[in-house]
Design a protein around this ligand. Sequence first.
Ligand code: NAP
Length: 252
Amino acid sequence: MKRLAGKVSIVTGSDRGIGKGIAIALAKEGCSVVVNGHKKGKDALDAVKEIKSLGSDAIFVEADVSREQDVRNLIKTSVEKFGRLDILVNNAGILVSGTITTLTEKDWDRQMDVNLKGVFLCSKYAIRQMISQKKPGRIINIASIAGIVGFPGISAYCASKGAVTELTREAALDYAKYGITVNAIDPGVIVTDMTKSMLDDKPTRKSLMDNTPVGRFGTPEDIGNAAVFLALDASGFITGHNLVVDGGWTAR
Ligand code: NAP
């Protein structure tokens, strides 16, 4: 029995990386998936094809999560296609390197626009839709362990993820009465394009591995499995929680 059969999800930033891992994990449980990214390229088409091959329905909707008009269109197109929305995974994100003294104002704004304003905008229109349906809903924010412990050299990124972590708790309180849960997943080091340059650098790779007690880096599938857990009807009593999926990094 597929545990998310009949449900509809939007996963932002899901044409590759962690978002794609989440989209596939949801699809394996029978969930229809709206795949999203900046541009409809090969990655987007491949992700939709892969989901359909699993027997679930999927479409791609191009949208920049930091632009309100794009986000409105993302939610509207999804509901027009599938008739409802049960699960939003706010995954789209970028990593802008730099410290307080080296980051420009433009760097800071872009980091916050995608990682924080994007979560606000997508949640706003998704939650309005969920409330109108009078059915339980799920918001799952992909934050980071960088939102709960410091990482040198990425000030704006850490600040954006810390803010997402707190927004998760706050929104959980605002929407509990509608049966909408709001939780975050805090990944550790996951092998994707975002971490490629770090993992290609031998000393950095060794240092990251030394901090990961389970002895391997995470995969998009690891985060997908956690997202499925939070999306289930059976998880309805969990809200405002940060689920750390980091191979033990923050347990040290
Ligand atoms: P990634 O491989 O770089 O993929 C990023 C995804 O986000 C892509 O699908 C990209 O779409 C999309 N995206 C970026 N900006 C967007 C925008 N403005 N609007 C819509 N989509 C946008 O990154 P990842 O490693 O999978 O990271 C996914 C999430 O996990 C991020 O929030 C990241 O901060 C978080 N995270 C990652 C790690 C890690 O170790 N990898 C650890 C903790 C947290 P395009 O393909 O169109 O560019």
